[in-house]
Design a protein around this ligand. Structure first.
Ligand SMILES: NC(=O)c1ccc[n+]([C@@H]2O[C@H](COP(=O)([O-])OP(=O)(O)OC[C@H]3O[C@@H](n4cnc5c(N)ncnc54)[C@H](O)[C@@H]3O)[C@@H](O)[C@H]2O)c1
Ligand SMILES: [Zn+2]
Ligand SMILES: [Zn+2]
Length: 369
C-alpha cells in the first residue's frame, strides 16, 4: 500500500515528505493505522548526525494507532485494537526477556536498533530502494508494519494523540523512577532537563511520593510546565549554580536521586555532583556517540554514590503501558501539560528546528488517512 512518510535521507538536511510503499505484515507482524506520533529528541540525535544510522530512514518512535490487519501467528492483538507502539520489540526467548528485562533483549540490538524488522529485512520501499524503519517503529508515517511485541494493546477510550506519549517520553520518564530507581516515598529528587522525558520523570517522582522535586532547565517555559506538573522547586541553570543551590533546599549535602534527561556530558556530571551521600544518579538522556564523562571514584566509594543508566525506563511494555494509560485516564498523569502543539506531518521540520533551539515541549503529529 502507499503511505505518506517523513523520510530522513542526509544528516543535517530537512526530512522530505514522500509517498512510500509498505508491504503486508509477515508472520509475527502487525499493520497499524498510525493516528498520532510524538517527536522525541532521539529522532533529532539521528537527524543532526550525533547517532549514526542507515538511510533512507523513516524516523518516529512515539506512536499510537489502530490495528488494521495481523500477520500469521499473531495472538496478542486483533484488528480494531488500539495500540501504543513500543520501540523495544523483543524476542520472548533470550535471557533478558525470560527474566522480565525485555528492554535489554539481545535480538533488539541486531534488529530494531539497526532499523530493520526482527527478520533483518524492512517492509518499506521507495521505488526499487529499501527504506529503513527507525527502531522497527517508523511512526512518522500514517501506516506502519511493526513486530507483534511492538504493538501494545490499550483501552479504547483513551485519546490516541495524548497517549502516543506513553510510547517513549512517559515510559522512559516514569519507568526510570518507578522501575529503574524505585524511588522510595519521601525522597528528594533532582530532574535535569524538562523536555518530554524530564517532565515525565517529574510526573513519576510526584506519583512516587517524593518530598521534593527540583527541576532544572535553561528554558523558563519548560520550568513553568515542571511547576504545573508538581515540581516543588525550579532552577534555571543559566543563572544558578545547581550543585551549590541544593543544600539550602534539601537541608543536606544534595539530593537522594538525580535524573539527567538531556543527554549532555556536563549535565550528567552535574547530576552526579548533586548527590547527597548514598544517593543515586540515573542517566536517562542519551549523549552523542563517543562522548565520555569524568567522575571522582574516591567520592564514589567514600560517599557511596551510585551512577546508573535507564533504558526505556526498564519497562515491560505489555505490563507497564496499560498502567500508564490508566494513570492518565484517572487524572493522575498530566499528559496535556507536556504537549506544546499538534501539527500536520508537513510541518515536521519546523518542529525539529524548535527542538534544536530548545524552546519547545512535546509536539504531536496528527496523521491523515
Ligand atoms: N534512556 C532512554 O531510554 C531514552 C528514551 C527517550 C529519550 N531519551 C533521551 O532523553 C533526552 C531528552 O529527550 P527529550 O525528548 O525530552 O528532549 P527535549 O529536547 O524535548 O528536552 C530537553 C530539555 O533539556 C533542556 N536543556 C538543553 N540543554 C540544557 C542545559 N545545558 N542545561 C539545562 N537544560 C538544558 C532543554 O531546554 C529542554 O527542555 C535525549 O537525549 C533523548 O535522546 C532517552
Ligand atoms: Zn524517544
Ligand atoms: Zn529477548
Amino acid at each position: 500500500m502507499d503511505i505518506t512518510a517523513a523520510v530522513f535521507r542526509e544528516v543535517g538536511q530537512p526530512l522530505t515528505i514522500e509517498t512510500l510503499t509498505l508491504a503486508e505484515p509477515k508472520a509475527g507482524e502487525v499493520l497499524v493505522k498510525v493516528m498520532a506520533s510524538g517527536i522525541c529528541h532521539s529522532d533529532l540525535h539521528v537527524i543532526n548526525g550525533e547517532w549514526s544510522s542507515p538511510t533512507p530512514l523513516v524516523l518516529g518512535h512515539e506512536g499510537a494507532g489502530i490495528v488494521e490487519t495481523v500477520g500469521a501467528g499473531v495472538t496478542s492483538v486483533s484488528p480494531g485494537d488500539h495500540v501504543v507502539l513500543s520501540w523495544m520489540p523483543y524476542c520472548r526467548r533470550c535471557e533478558y526477556c525470560l527474566s522480565g528485562r525485555q528492554n535489554l533483549c539481545e535480538l533488539v540490538e541486531r534488529t530494531a536498533y539497526q532499523s530493520v524488522m526482527l527478520d533483518g529485512t524492512t517492509r518499506l520501499t521507495s521505488g526499487d530502494e529499501d527504506v529503513y524503519s527507525y527502531l522497527a517503529t517508523a511512526s512518522f508515517a500514517n501506516w506502519a508494519v511493526v513486530p507483534e511485541t511492538a504493538a501494545i494493546r490499550i483501552r479504547k477510550d483513551a485519546p490516541l494523540d495524548k497517549v502516543s506519549l506513553v510510547g517513549c517520553a512517559v515510559a522512559t520518564g516514569i519507568g526510570a523512577v518507578a522501575n529503574t530507581a524505585r524511588v522510595p516515598m519521601g525522597s528528594t529528587v533532582l530532574v535535569v532537563g524538562c523536555g518530554g522525558v524530564g517532565l515525565s520523570v517529574i510526573s513519576g517522582a510526584v506519583i512516587a511520593g517524593a518530598s521534593q522535586v527540583i527541576a532544572v532547565d535553561i528554558n523558563e517555559s519548560n520550568l513553568d510546565r515542571a511547576k504545573q506538573i508538581g515540581a516543588t522547586h525550579t532552577l534555571n541553570s543559566r543563572n544558578v549554580d545547581v550543585v551549590s543551590a541544593l543544600p539550602p533546599i534539601t537541608g543536606k549535602a544534595g539530593v537522594d536521586y538525580a535524573f539527567e534527561a538531556i543527554g549532555l556530558t556536563e549535565t550528567i556530571e552535574m547530576a552526579y555532583g548533586a548527590l547527597a551521600p548514598g544517593g543515586t544518579a540515573i542517566v536517562v538522556g542519551q549523549v552523542a556517540e563517543g562522548k565520555t564523562i569524568t567522575i571522582d571514584p574516591f567520592v564514589m566509594s567514600d560517599r557511596e554514590k551510585t551512577l546508573t543508566g535507564s533504558n526505556y525506563g526498564s519497562c515491560r511494555p505489555p505490563l507497564d503501558f496499560p498502567k500508564f494509560v490508566d494513570l492518565y485516564m484517572n487524572g493522575r498523569l498530566p499528559l496535556d501539560s507536556l504537549i506544546e502543539r499538534t501539527i500536520d506531518i508537513s510541518e515536521i521540520n519546523t518542529a525539529f528546528d524548535a527542538m534544536a533551539r530548545g524552546d519547545t515541549a512535546r509536539t504531536i503529529i496528527i496523521h491523515q488517512h
